[in-house]
Every structure is written in structure tokens, then in C-alpha cells.
Ligand binder design. Structure first.
Ligand code: ASP
Length: 443
């Protein structure tokens, strides 16, 4: 036991994840064993399903996700208000906002271009049979005008209650600016916000220590239903998406980081490990946000005045991994349905997918809703989504890890350009080790 405790948190989360996957597959093996009468039917699978899969694992996983989500609104509000207020010059917000939104859009554009190029070269849709009774219920996607208008809350309490992140960001920014301009009254309240920030971050740290168990429960439940045959039947599509995600995360981000900041990309990627594990297991940039913010400030050395703005914004509007899936899926569906796309269609896909990512929240599965919007735009059948939906759950996990990495990469670039990145912390491999070791130190 003490040996496990002495491992780093990242290792423990990794072990939780691997054990969860193994337990999920073991359950699938038991079901197969019962189907083949090697084990009496229902002897093991029924009690395991009701007490473990739908019982313990379900409850544990949902409580874990709920506790992460519980922190998002208070964390964004408190850290963004105190971050904005501590900006020496509130006018700097304009350049901060411009740079981050610009970079978020550019990286998404690059991501989808790489993805489509790869898909055109490899043709994952060739030889895939057209489904006979395909159907997909496409939800209405918001227009850009709606997205912009919706950013401004009529009632901030309502925005917080419904978790409307863009509205919470706008209100927090305005509140922080007003606080900075309010002299003594502002200073008094700012001190309270700073203390609140410390307390909420402590809550994040506490929660991180139960993460290995939460991740185990999530994985164990999910992998009882993941169908390997389905993935194999779409192996080429799956492989192209994963390859494009890997190129973007390891090559594109490294080049951009080196080019814009001169920082070492290997150090950056190493420090992203456990945030990626959270992204992977929760499939939600939004639920991962407390961890992403901790990583940006404590491990990567970004000042809270920048990170408290760019990370929540990124978790809401920046989804490079999702755009990659959409790029590959669009080309794939066009190939399956034998539709030739013109260059103008490809450009339309880049534009629509990039803008669509602004208006959709970082929650599991949202990428498919955005994909429907992209397909509509270029006249491809939305039912095509039903072909890939079976493998999307696993891809969602991988692309969410890329989404959160993109948020941190852009955050580093913006912070460096604003002189708000502490390079000593960035380069220190042990930075924020205390965060991981919290559990040990309190024993
Ligand atoms: N799950 C992704 C995220 O939260 C969004 C998606 O691709 O569906 O970033």
C-alpha cells in the first residue's frame, strides 16, 4: 500500500486507468464465456452488472465527474475576477483577448487542414459499405450571431447556474475590471477573492487525490461496452484520426511553441501528462478545466492573470482535436457516399468547423453535433455520422486530451508574449511536485 502511495499521482491515475480497462474487458470475456456455455449463463454477468458495473463503478465514476464539474463555475469566477483585477493595466485585456482568440482559431484551422490532408492521402472511406438504414438525429447548431449575442448574460446568477461558460467569463471580466477601478473598496474585495482562490485551488488538489479511483470506475464501466470489432471494422478511419491527433499534439504544437516562445516542447509535453489523463478519462475539456488551470499556473509557470482567462476560454472555444475528427470524418463520409468535394468545399469545412468550435461546449460527444453542422454546410448526408458513431466514444477521449493540450500551448504563447511566464517554473521538472505529493505530506 505504502508503495502505491509513494508513486506519483500521474502513475497512480495511469494504473487506475489500465486496471479499469482490464476489468471492463474481463467483464466482456465473462459475457462471451456465458454465451458459449463455458460458464453457466447469467451466473457471473448478472451480479457483476448490477452490483459493480451499474452499481459501484457507475456511482464512483459519476461522483468523480460531478465533483470536477462542481468546481468549474466557482473556479472560473473567482480566479478570473482576481486575475483580471491583478492586471496592472485593464486595457491589456484587449491584447490578451485578441491574441488568445486569434491563436485558438489559427491552431484549429491548422488542425483541420492537417486532418483533411491526411484523410485525402490515405482515403479511409474507400471500400467501406454504405449503410442501408442509416439515420442520425442532428440537433440544431447555433449561428455565429447567436453565439456572439449569447455571450452577454442578462442574469449572471442564471449563467452560473446553467454553467454557460462564455457568459460567466464575460461577467467575471467586467466584475474584475470594475474592481480594479474601484480604489480601496476594490482592494478590500480583491483580497477576499485571492483567499477564495487559494481555497478553491486546495479543493482541486484534494480532489486530485481520489482521481485514480474515479478514473478506474469510469474506465471499468465504459470498457464493458466498447466493442473492439466495431473499431476493427473502421480501423482505417480510426487510425487516420489518431495519426492526425498525434501529429498535431506532438509536431504542430512543438513547432508552434518553439517558434513563438523558444521554450522546450519536450518539457511542455511531459508536464501535460496528467492533464491529458484527466481529459482522456472524463472526455470533457470543461470538467478537466480545474486541472488544466493548475497545470498552467503551477507546472508551466503561467501567471494567473493570463491563465485564468485563456484556460476557461480555451476549454470553451478551442477544440483542435474535435476539429481533426471532423476533418477526417467529412472526407471519410464523402468517400463512402462517393461525393467529390471541390477545393471550395474543403475551405468551407475548415471555416465552418473552426467557427463551430467557438459555439459548442467542451462536453462529451459534442463534436458529433458540430460535425452535423459541417456536413450540412457542404451538402453531405448527415446520416453518414451513424457509420462512425460506434467508434466515436473512444476517439472523443483521445481528442479531448489534445483539446486540453492545445489550451495550455496557446496559454504559454500568450503568457510569454505578455511577459507573464515564469521560465524557471516552466523548466523545473519538479515544479508543483508538492501538488502531486499533497496526499503523502498529510499522512
Ligand atoms: N469531448 C470534447 C471536449 O470536451 C468535445 C468533443 O469533441 O466532443 O473537448
Amino acid at each position: 500500500m505504502s508503495k502505491i502511495r509513494s508513486m506519483s499521482l500521474t502513475t497512480r491515475i495511469m494504473i487506475g486507468m489500465i486496471l479499469g480497462v482490464a476489468v471492463g474487458f474481463l467483464f466482456q470475456a465473462i459475457v462471451i464465456g456465458e454465451e458459449k456455455f463455458i460458464i453457466p449463463p447469467g451466473l457471473l454477468s448478472v451480479p457483476i452488472k448490477s452490483f459493480l458495473v451499474d452499481g459501484l463503478f457507475h456511482i464512483g465514476g459519476q461522483i468523480f465527474i460531478a465533483s470536477l464539474k462542481m468546481l468549474v463555475v466557482p473556479l472560473v469566477f473567482v480566479s478570473l475576477v482576481s486575475g483580471t483585477c491583478s492586471l496592472s493595466d485593464p486595457k491589456k485585456l484587449g491584447s490578451l483577448g485578441g491574441k488568445s482568440i486569434g491563436l485558438y482559431l489559427i491552431t484549429t484551422g491548422v488542425a483541420i487542414t492537417v486532418a483533411m490532408t491526411l484523410a485525402i492521402l490515405i482515403s479511409p472511406g474507400d471500400g467501406v459499405e454504405l449503410p442501408t438504414n442509416a439515420s442520425f438525429d442532428a440537433k440544431e447548431a447555433p449561428t455565429l450571431a447567436q453565439v456572439i449575442i449569447n455571450m452577454f448574460p442578462t442574469n449572471p446568477i442564471d449563467a452560473m447556474a446553467s454553467g454557460n461558460m462564455l457568459q460567466v467569463i464575460v461577467f467575471s471580466l467586467l466584475f474584475g475590471i470594475a474592481m480594479a477601478l474601484s480604489g480601496k473598496a476594490g482592494n478590500r474585495v480583491a483580497a477576499v477573492f485571492e483567499d477564495l482562490n487559494t481555497i478553491i485551488l486546495k479543493l482541486v488538489t484534494l480532489l486530485m487525490n481520489v482521481a485514480p479511483y474515479g478514473v478506474f470506475c469510469l474506465m471499468a464501466k465504459l470498457f464493458t461496452t466498447i466493442q473492439v470489432e466495431l473499431i476493427l471494422s473502421l480501423a482505417k478511419y480510426f487510425a487516420v484520426v489518431v495519426a492526425a491527433l498525434a501529429i498535431h499534439a506532438f509536431v504542430n504544437y512543438s513547432i508552434l511553441l518553439k517558434l513563438f516562445t523558444g521554450l522546450n516542447p519536450i518539457i511542455f509535453l511531459k508536464k501535460m501528462k496528467h492533464t491529458c489523463l484527466f481529459g482522456f478519462s472524463t472526455s470533457s475539456s470543461s470538467a478537466t478545466m480545474p486541472i488544466t488551470l493548475e497545470t498552467a499556473t503551477k507546472k508551466l509557470g503561467v501567471n494567473n492573470s493570463v491563465a485564468s482567462f485563456t484556460i476557461p476560454l480555451g476549454a470553451t472555444i478551442n477544440m483542435d482535436g474535435t476539429a481533426i475528427m471532423q476533418g477526417v470524418a467529412t472526407v471519410f463520409i464523402a468517400q463512402v457516399y462517393n461525393v467529390d468535394l471541390a477545393l471550395s468545399d474543403y475551405l468551407m469545412v475548415v471555416l465552418t468547423a473552426t467557427l463551430a468550435s467557438v459555439g459548442t461546449a467542451g462536453v462529451p460527444g459534442v463534436g458529433l453535433i458540430m460535425l452535423a453542422m459541417v456536413l450540412n454546410q457542404v451538402g453531405l448526408p448527415v446520416e453518414g455520422i451513424s457509420i462512425i458513431i460506434g467508434v466515436d466514444r473512444l476517439l472523443d477521449m483521445i481528442r479531448t486530451a489534445v483539446n486540453v493540450t492545445g489550451d495550455c500551448m496557446v496559454t504559454c504563447v500568450v503568457a510569454k508574449s505578455e511577459g507573464q511566464l515564469d521560465e524557471q517554473t516552466f523548466n523545473d521538472p519538479d515544479a508543483a511536485k508538492d501538488l502531486e505529493d499533497y496526499h503523502k505530506s498529510t499522512e
